[in-house]
Design a protein around this ligand. Structure first.
Ligand SMILES: [Zn+2]
Length: 397
């Protein structure tokens, strides 16, 4: 038996309506909540057309409408509901995993952070993420079929040509894996993958401390050290995805052997492991970054010295980065960003001595605003691309 075809000819009233519905969903995805008048202005659609489509899409549950006051007048505020699809973010670290779900505008609906064993394996970690996702979806009353896609951040370069996880990866068991296709298979959902510092850069540039700046470098100072570069609003990855890997810039030819195989990389001097290791003789093994910061603020000489030296070494690298990349703003994120001004003051001091004056006099150095959430929010932004490509919006007749 022939099924009636959903295909419609271009220019027919039905395809025009679908196009207009799609346009309204698109502007709401980018802007969050808008009044009907604003939607009409941004889309160029007639107010009556907007009003009709909003009524239909709210009847079908894709849009929610609530009264608001705009320019002193009562208006209808319109936003997407989760019936328009949700997106999923995964942020993998050396020892942690964050799973989050968000609406199509990247506003978080639920997030969960769990500890992972060091040296965790790729497949098992993805399965763990899948279990957590089920919990979050069921808590929010959302069906898995409503997930439009997954954005996944990994602490490793991702080869832009084939999607393979490159070296040096903080997770050796993951190198050479085509992370996006393996994860797509195991999760049964479309997955995009990117380096976590790139995702942090994207999130901070769009919603955090990088807002309004043209060229932004985001520093991830954690177990791994790297930078994400945003140029004119877009992440710059380079040919094989290693752009911004400042953690492996040589600081000392005869320094400690790094996990990348070289010696004396920046990361060997300033990773959280290096910082805690330096303080072990004074403060023992069970120290965390938050303790170091608290002790330093309370005047502990060793903690202060180590944080200042850390800022100094980062300052040298950032001076080189500024000379080459000449960004408007440096956004400092990752675990060590908790040290705040203790770190930034020392960075700025070194930067002013080591950088080309024209490059470093104008650059602003600020702390990440999204804090520990930078990477998961960037993962949402990545997943939102999948939402754009495959709008789960069912046409309303
Ligand atoms: Zn290295």
């Amino acid at each position: 038996v022939d099924q009636p075809s959903r295909r419609v000819s271009p220019g027919s009233p039905s395809s025009l309506k679908e196009a207009n519905q799609g346009r309204i969903v698109e502007v709401l995805r980018d802007s969050g909540t808008m009044t009907q008048a604003e939607i009409a202005r941004v889309t160029g659609l007639a107010p009556s057309t907007v009003s009709n489509i909003v009524r239909e899409l709210s009847t079908s549950g894709v849009l929610a409408v609530s009264p608001t006051v705009s320019n002193g007048r009562t208006a209808q505020a319109v936003r997407l509901t989760t019936d328009a699809g949700v997106i999923v973010g995964l942020d993998f670290g050396h020892r942690h995993l964050v799973v989050g779900i968000a609406d199509p505008t990247c506003a978080s609906i639920g997030e969960m952070r769990v500890a992972l064993d060091e040296g965790h394996r790729f497949e098992e970690s993805i399965d763990e993420a899948s279990r957590i996702l089920d919990v979050l979806l069921s808590e929010a009353g959302i069906d898995r079929s409503q997930v439009a896609g997954v954005g996944m951040g990994l602490p490793a370069p991702i080869d832009s040509r084939n999607g393979e996880v490159g070296a040096p990866s903080i997770m050796p068991g993951w190198i050479g894996v085509d992370a996006a296709s393996v994860a797509t298979k195991r999760l049964g959902l479309p997955v995009l993958v990117d380096n976590d510092a790139n995702l942090g850069a994207l999130a901070e540039a769009r919603w955090g401390a990088g807002r309004g700046a043209e060229n932004v470098a985001y520093l991830k100072l954690s177990d791994g050290v790297g930078a994400g570069l945003v140029i004119a609003g877009r992440v710059y990855r380079g040919r094989t995805g290693t752009a911004g890997e400042i953690g492996h810039a040589t600081m000392n030819d005869y320094g400690a052997v790094c996990r990348c195989g070289n010696r004396g990389c920046l990361e060997t001097l300033i990773s959280t492991a290096a910082v805690l290791g330096l303080l072990e003789p004074n403060h023992g093994r069970n120290l965390a970054v938050v303790d170091v910061v608290r002790l330093a603020q309370n005047g502990d000489a060793a903690c202060r010295r180590v944080l200042m030296d850390t800022g100094h070494f980062i300052g040298i690298s950032v001076a080189n980065l500024c000379n080459v990349f000449n960004p408007d703003r440096i956004v400092v994120g990752g675990e060590l960003a908790q040290a705040g001004e203790l770190l930034l003051e020392s960075m700025r001091h070194t930067l002013s001595r080591y950088g080309i004056p024209a490059a470093v006099q104008t650059v602003e150095i600020v702390l990440a605003e999204l804090g520990a959430r930078s990477h998961i929010v960037g993962a949402f932004a990545l997943a939102a691309q999948l939402h754009r490509e495959q709008p789960p919006l069912r046409p309303v007749d």
